[in-house]
Ligand binder design. Structure first.
Ligand SMILES: [Zn+2]
Length: 50
């Protein structure tokens, strides 16, 4: 299996979040905003970008 599309990590549990978990993405003045679903937390989080 390939895990090349890692987006970042969950701010709550540290799990790696892949691009496939992204629910919403938008542009902000100082960067991108992203919401992704964490399977471990069963919640929507803002990934900590690597
Ligand atoms: Zn989590």
């Amino acid at each position: 299996m390939s895990e090349k599309s890692i987006l970042g990590t969950c701010p709550d549990c540290g799990r790696e979040l892949s691009r496939a978990a992204v629910l919403l993405e938008w542009e902000e003045a100082d960067g991108d905003g992203i919401f992704a679903e964490c399977m471990d937390c069963d919640d929507v989080v803002r990934p900590v970008l690597e």
